[in-house]
Design a protein around this ligand. Structure first.
Ligand SMILES: [Zn+2]
Length: 366
């Protein structure tokens, strides 16, 4: 089924007033559950697109005059230079300015046909409890076991937009609710505020980089340290050492697979004995669209004809064992046994009706 053709076109408020039109566009997108609202300026006006369950779908058209004023309004609210359209700009619109529940992050970029504006809608996520993420029972049990450890390092990987931060935040909630441990985060930026957790943001412009933040925060006596991302060798060295000295470290590392995480970590931290003793668990994640509960992926009004509603994580898990540790100590990734693999998790999700074989093929490229 083609999700694009069956998406109903939202009609902006029956007005030419740019502030009202923008509010209507954002509200409709947020109500539909879209994560992003794209405005692409072209010769014919502004094309409106939503990212809905990870897929871009057309969502309307504004003529040149109104479209230009709406884009100008976005830039004004985000405190960007409204006359500047030749260079990219980033900003944020306060939730109250658009009458939505969360702040809206704005990014502009010049294209050959005109300015492209992306509004990232921060939504209050509901499925934030670990058990509600939709992980298979074995994957969930393994993750919970690693979270119970007093020390070690749990690393999440997967492409941008693969839901890593949702899983990480669910882990943080679990640790907070279990109590007894001081949880500190360093994020870039904080996307979800978690009461009861000390959340901080890096600020490179002011000299607070990830390594600097980690050094200072380790003196704040955390038992759990969550880092948005391990990006450089210095940070990798610091968190490996923290994980060996009584801290539970949770972070993400960019790699395509669990084995890729091992390879990258060995390159970033030359002390391979330290890597071998620090690492506990690697979880590689994708997001797949969830079959609509109302129609079983046939397409109905509830899922806007797409057959899907919401997304669920597809994971593969690598738990450290003696073989992996001995390979790591020797400075190699070896052939670690990943269980379950993405394919195994996917087969389980299709067999249990959580998603479809077609959706799995789309995500895994098979
Ligand atoms: Zn449906």
């Amino acid at each position: 089924m083609d999700p694009i053709r069956t998406i109903p076109q939202p009609s902006p408020a029956d007005t030419e007033d740019a502030p009202e039109v923008l509010e209507a566009l954002v509200r409709t997108a947020a109500d539909a559950g879209a994560s992003d609202l794209h405005l692409q300026t072209g010769a014919e006006g502004v094309e409106v697109t939503w990212r809905l369950d990870g897929v871009l779908v057309p969502a309307g058209h504004l003529d040149r005059d109104l479209g230009g004023r709406v884009v100008g309004r976005v830039k004004y609210l985000a405190r960007l230079r409204t006359y500047q359209d030749a260079l990219p700009q980033d900003g944020r619109i306060a939730a109250s300015d658009l009458a939505v529940t969360g702040d809206v992050r704005v990014a502009t970029y010049p294209t050959v046909t005109g300015e492209k504006v992306v509004l990232r809608l921060f939504r209050e996520t509901t499925a934030s409890v670990l058990e509600d993420l939709g992980l298979s029972a074995p994957a969930l049990a393994t993750l919970q076991r690693a979270l119970l450890q007093p020390l070690g390092m749990i690393l999440f990987t997967g492409p941008a937009g693969s839901g890593k931060s949702t899983t990480v935040h669910a882990c943080l909630r679990r640790l907070r609710d279990a109590g007894g441990r001081h949880v500190i985060t360093v994020e870039d930026p904080v996307e979800q505020v978690l009461p009861g957790i000390m959340q901080t943001e890096v600020n490179v412009a002011r000299g607070l980089s990830y390594p600097a933040a980690v050094r200072h925060l380790l003196r704040q006596d955390p038992q759990v340290l969550m880092l948005g991302e391990i990006r450089d060798d210095e940070t990798a060295g610091l968190v490996v050492r923290a994980a060996m000295t009584g801290h539970l470290v949770i972070s993400t590392l960019h790699a395509g697979s669990c084995r890729g995480v091992l390879e990258r970590l060995l390159l970033m931290e030359r002390d391979h004995f330290a890597v071998a003793s620090a690492l506990t668990l690697v979880l590689n994640q994708r997001l797949v669209r969830k079959s609509c509960g109302a129609c079983g992926a046939a397409g109905c009004a509830a899922c806007r004809g797409t057959g899907y509603r919401g997304r669920i994580p597809l994971v593969e898990v690598l738990e450290m064992d003696d073989t992996v540790r001995s390979d790591l100590r020797a400075g190699r990734a070896g052939q670690p046994v990943v269980s379950p693999t993405l394919a195994e998790s996917g087969a389980w999700m299709v067999a249990t009706g959580r998603t479809t074989a077609a959706e799995l093929g789309r995500v895994l490229g098979t």
